[in-house]
Ligand binder design. Structure first.
Ligand code: GDP
Length: 445
């Protein structure tokens, strides 16, 4: 099937050392011939695949000195003939290279079109493409690992094994339907039972990793609350400085919320602190609104800060708002008082940076948990979770009815389960699902 030549800037647009402009399609090399002048003797049309050639990239009105590489189909990312120009990373230079390719007949790629073509050409599965976008968008090591697990087809191969089991079960059922002697039917039902149980167990194990997978991919939201002057900002700064992260003031609608991010064991923790609240007149009431709207609803964990040298009624009012949440009660200012509280999880001094390691440990334990393997072998995409839930439902229905229903009815449920699993790799995904996934990509990927 003919495939248009598409082009896009594959690196982010800005001043940088190098930028990459990529083309893919039936004949990108013929475009490159018209805009690349190699310094060596080898002409563009004779370029050896996978080899970088130095030369002049000819744009409208200017030239850049860079490199060009040709990837021959099917041994390219997209599975098509591809060409990359590596130019200097200035905005005008990069756009100039792009415009030149466009004027020579290439079309600007749509979001994710390179990856979509790779998928269409069987170079990667749908879940692998999703892993790729997760990796690109991730700001934490654990998020990258979660994406990599998908990208390298590890989830896909687990799913493929499950589908193989179901295929065998279906084949046996099919054979029995052709020769409906009773003994055979009993034997195939017995095997179907074993196969279904195996697959359902595998699905359940994967489903159980979803909560953690989401946390690891998207990061953990932590809200810091407490009455004014308990040391919330100081504590956030102490935690962030600890990791040399940056605290930024983000303008809220009525006041400032201080936010900052921190890595703990490779997982990203996003903190929000209600520090700006101290200027408010009706503090508790406004704090209540702020808490319910922003912190209480959105946080995975609340840090409730008490000033050990000044605990009173105001603290109790705030505590009543968060007592049923996933929380840590942090008593601050241990450097100047010996206050103890039966609710306390940890005692710290933000000023002296005392016991912050223990606080970090508890934050991690209360959200990600302990004994978790963060190597990415977990479910993190809602779409995969939904597909697995549907597959499990169908297979459980098959298992539940195995001694009651006829073989053909049994086969329908099993086939539906197989199809639901196939959505993950993309084998049975609809065009709508596929388009939706690639629309999340940036242009150039
Ligand atoms: P916030 O209103 O809860 O954000 O509190 P701040 O972080 O602005 O701190 C209020 C005051 O308490 C400031 O003067 C801080 O220097 C002080 N403070 C914060 N943490 C500590 C601490 O651990 N020990 C002592 N002695 N003072 C602290």
């Amino acid at each position: 099937m003919a495939s248009e030549n598409i082009v896009a800037i594959s690196t982010s647009l800005g001043a940088s050392g190098v930028a990459v402009i990529r083309m893919s399609g039936d004949s990108p090399l013929s475009i490159a011939e018209k805009m690349f002048e190699p310094v060596g003797k080898v002409k563009v049309g004779e370029f050896e695949p996978n080899k970088m050639y130095v030369g002049e990239i000819v744009c409208d009105g200017f030239k850049d000195y860079g490199m060009c590489v040709y990837f021959k189909a099917p041994k390219s990312f997209t599975g098509e003939d591809s060409v990359e120009f590596h130019c200097h990373g200035g905005v005008a230079i990069t756009k100039g290279v792009l415009k030149r390719a466009l004027s020579l007949g290439a079309r600007l790629a749509t979001n994710g079109e390179f990856t979509k073509r790779a998928f269409m050409n069987g170079k990667l599965s749908l879940s692998s493409a999703e892993g790729l976008i997760d990796m690109i968008n991730s700001e934490s090591v654990s998020g990258v690992k979660a994406g990599y697990y998908l990208y390298r087809e590890k989830l896909n191969s687990e799913i493929a094994k499950m589908q193989d089991v179901l295929t065998d079960v279906l084949a046996e059922i099919d054979a029995d339907m052709d020769f409906p002697e009773e003994d055979l039917e009993t034997a195939s039902k017995k095997n179907a039972k074993l196969g279904l149980e195996k697959v359902i167990n595998g699905i359940t194990t994967l489903l159980n990793t979803f909560g953690k997978g989401r946390t690891v991919l998207n990061g953990v939201r932590v809200g810091i609350v407490g009455k004014p002057n308990t040391g919330k900002s100081s504590l956030l700064n102490a935690l962030l400085n600890y990791d040399k992260a940056i605290v930024s003031d983000v303008a809220g609608t009525t006041r400032d919320i201080v936010e900052g991010s921190l890595d703990i064991n490779g997982v990203r923790f996003n903190f929000s602190d209600t520090a700006g609240i101290r200027d408010s007149q009706d503090k508790i009431e406004e704090l209540g609104v702020e808490l319910s709207k922003r912190i209480l609803d959105e946080s995975d964990l609340i840090l409730f800060i008490l000033d050990g040298s000044d605990v009173g009624e105001e603290d109790e009012k705030i505590f009543s708002l968060i007592k049923d949440k996933n929380k840590l009660v942090v008593v601050n200012k241990t450097d100047k008082c010996k206050y103890t509280d039966e609710r306390a999880d940890v005692y710290v001094s933000a000023l002296k940076k005392d016991n912050l390691d223990e606080l970090r440990r508890l934050i991690f334990e209360k959200t990600v948990g302990t004994g978790i393997d963060l190597n990415g072998d977990f479910l993190c995409e809602e779409r995969h979770y939904d597909a697995l839930c549907r597959a499990k439902e169908k297979l459980e229905s098959a298992l539940g009815g195995i001694d009651i229903v006829s073989l053909d009815v049994l086969a329908i449920d099993i086939k539906d389960g197989w199809d639901a699993l196939g959505e993950i790799s993309g084998k049975t995904a609809t065009e709508e699902i596929i388009d939706n996934i690639f629309s999340k990509f940036c242009v150039g990927k």
